[in-house]
Design a protein around this ligand. Sequence first.
Ligand code: ADP
Ligand code: ZN
Length: 210
Amino acid sequence: MNIILLGAPGAGKGTQAEKICEYLNIPTISTGNIIRAALKSGTEMGLKAKSFMDAGKLVPDDVVIGIIKERLAENDCQNGFILDGFPRTIPQAEALDAMGVQIDKVIDIEVPDENIVARMSGRRVCEKCGASYHLEYKKPSKDGVCDLCTGALVQRKDDHPDTVLSRLKVYHEETEPLKDYYQKQGKLAIVEGQEEIADTTALVLKELEV
Ligand code: ADP
Ligand code: ZN
C-alpha cells in the first residue's frame, strides 16, 4: 500500500508513520529526516536547504522532488511506502502523479492550530538518529536520552515558537490545498488527532482497513 500522511507540522505524522510501519512493514520516507541527515553530513543539498528550514520555510520543490525520486527508486519501496512530509505543495503532488506513482490513501491528521504550538514546544528529537519524542505524549524511558541509540534529545531549531508560527502559515497556504487535490482523486481520509497517540493510531488503521 502506498500512503501519504498529511497534516500540520507537529500533528503527529511521524509518530503515526512509525505505527503504520509496524503493521504493514513498509518504509517511512520523511523528507524532513532526509534533509536533516544531508545537513548533518554537510552535503551541498543539505547546505542549500538549511536557510529555508531554519526560517520555517519550505525547501524548493525541485530539491525535494529530486530527493523523493531517488528514494522511491530504492528496492524497499516495492511493496509500498509511507510518505511523511511529502508532498507539501500542489506542484510536488503533481510531480508525484507525473512520476506514475500510484497513491492508495491519503490520511490527513487534523489538529487545531492552538494545540499545534503547545505540542511543538514539547517535541524533542534525538541528535544522533533523529527519532522523535515528546515531553508529555511520548516520553523516552530515561529523560533526555534516546531509547533507540542513547543519543541526546534536543529541541529542533525550527520547533521554537516563533518559527512554528511561520511553519503553520506556510502549512495553511501551501499544504492545506492538497486536501482538496486528493479529495478530488477520492483518496482523502480525515482523522482527528486525539490526546492519546494510540487512539489516533486506531483511527488511522481503521481508515487504512488493516
Ligand atoms: P514537520 O512535519 O514537523 O513539519 P519535517 O521534519 O517534515 O517537520 O520538515 C521540516 C522542514 O523540512 C520543513 O519545515 C521544510 O523546511 C523542510 N521540508 C520537509 N519536507 C518538505 C517538502 N516536502 N517540501 C518542502 N520543504 C520540506
Ligand atoms: Zn537516537
